[in-house]
Ligand binder design. Structure first.
Ligand SMILES: Cc1ncc(COP(=O)(O)O)c(C=O)c1O
Length: 427
């Protein structure tokens, strides 16, 4: 905050454009934290919100339910193979806390008291609350709380750009999978394996090689470990398919959704489980098998109403097909981007691109300027009419999913211009 002083005020937004209090327009290059689907001020989504807000704004889901939340649960289980029930919350971190609690309690409910450990991937990210920080431990973000976090068993992730010397990507993938199998086969106390589905996003856009996620799901089945997926950032089209685990051929026991669920308009997340897990929570009152978890705004009807409209629009507008087509536009720019002297690597899938900045292309040394890269890119981006946010040394391009082809070309051109002009400030 000391460095920034104050922030620009966004007063309104339309389509992919953010407009500040001085009337400046910026293209929303990060989909307002990776959640915007149809652009801002979409009339259908706004109508869904206003219509529902006149009927019922909120009523608790303790002992009660509401129509939009029920409809949404039905839709979510329908589109999510293997899933049976939905538990609502109001942000992705909470959805992951719930996933962790359900996974741990499942084993208690069925009388397996020793299964209390959690396995994860290094470099994963699952949110900023304590459970989420524990399972998605990013040292730079969470080092100050390390003592208070619970420990997990972490495994390496294959990253094609940074495979250890002497390994091809497929050798290294096998190495990682062998390590996982060795541990799962020997340790009977592992309750769950938790990972992001399809790619690690906040960890630097690490797109898993083909077969990696599927093999982990198979190992979990083989060794009696619950397989828990986080699709908060990668599901609902971000990586080019509606349900990323379906594309990866890896049905989980528990999955979390967030971000795009309401089209990026209201705060809502969901944790889904299969029937086996749901049934383990059923019992007589004094069996104490129920899940002690609930938030004030769980199942909020306005959020659920806009999520329902959002899902309807995915179908009606064939959004996933459209994304698959517009994703190809990114490819046209690979050459131009990779030729910039500070660009070490481009990673892209669907509507997500990570551009890794290095100070030495041969040694792949991550760029490390004295000032915040994020601030430099924000300021340069603003001059070029684009809102960008970097994560460490990665420039993230995460546009609203339904961005038009013309706007996506504009975004890419402005991002390239920004990398070129920011270049002088970061080297
Ligand atoms: C994969 C993943 N999981 C969980 C979260 C946390 O979601 P929220 O910020 O809504 O708490 C994020 C947020 O970026 C995420 O990328």
């Amino acid at each position: 905050m000391k460095e920034w002083g104050s922030f620009d005020k966004i007063t309104n937004a339309k389509g992919v454009w953010l407009i500040d209090s001085k009337g400046n327009k910026m293209i929303d290059g990060v989909a307002s934290m990776w959640c915007n689907v149809w652009g801002h001020s979409n009339p259908q989504l706004v109508k869904a919100i206003t219509t529902q807000s006149k009927k019922l704004q909120h009523s608790s889901m303790f002992n009660l339910t509401n129509e939009p939340a029920e409809q949404l649960a039905e839709k979510l289980t329908k589109i999510s193979p293997g899933m049976y029930k939905v538990f609502y919350s109001d942000n992705g971190s909470s959805a992951m806390e719930i996933a962790i609690k359900i996974a741990l309690q499942y084993w208690k409910n069925i009388g397996e008291k020793k299964k209390t450990e959690i396995a994860t991937l290094k470099n994963g990210y699952h949110g900023d609350t304590f459970g989420a920080m524990s399972v998605g431990y990013v040292p730079e973000f969470f080092g100050k709380f390390k003592k208070q976090l619970f420990s997990t068993i972490q495994f390496p992730v294959p990253n094609k750009y940074r495979t250890p010397e002497g390994y091809s990507i497929s050798d290294y993938q096998n190495y990682c999978l062998e390590k996982i199998e060795k541990k799962l086969s020997k340790n009977n106390n592992i309750a769950a394996f938790i990972m992001e589905s399809g790619a690690q996003v906040a960890g630097g856009v690490i797109i898993y090689p083909k077969g990696f996620q599927k093999k982990i799901s198979q190992l979990c089945k083989k060794y009696g470990v619950l397989f828990v997926l986080d699709e908060i950032a990668t599901g609902f089209g971000r990586l080019g398919s509606m349900i990323q685990y379906e594309e990866q051929n890896s049905i989980p026991d528990i999955v979390s959704y967030g971000k795009m669920l309401t089209g990026g308009y209201l705060t809502m997340a969901a944790t889904l489980t299969n029937k086996k897990i749901y049934d383990s929570f059923l019992g007589e009152f004094n069996d104490w098998k129920h899940l002690f978890h609930g938030h004030t705004y769980t199942g909020n009807p306005i959020a659920a109403a806009v999520a329902n409209e959002n899902l309807k629009m995915y179908q009606k507008n064939h959004l996933i097909k459209k994304i698959q087509k517009s994703s190809k536009i990114f490819e046209k720019y690979y050459k131009e981007i990779s030729e910039i002297d500070i660009v070490g690597n481009i990673r892209h899938k669907g509507m997500l691109m990570g551009i890794e900045l290095v100070s030495n292309k041969i040694r792949k040394t991550p760029i490390n300027p004295k000032k915040s890269i994020n601030k430099i890119f924000f300021e340069e981006g603003k001059k070029n009419g684009v809102y960008l946010r970097t994560l460490g040394n990665i420039v993230m391009l995460v546009p609203p999913l339904a961005i038009s082809e013309k706007e996506l070309n504009l975004l890419l051109n402005r991002a390239i211009k920004t990398i070129k002009s920011a270049r002088l400030k970061v080297i």
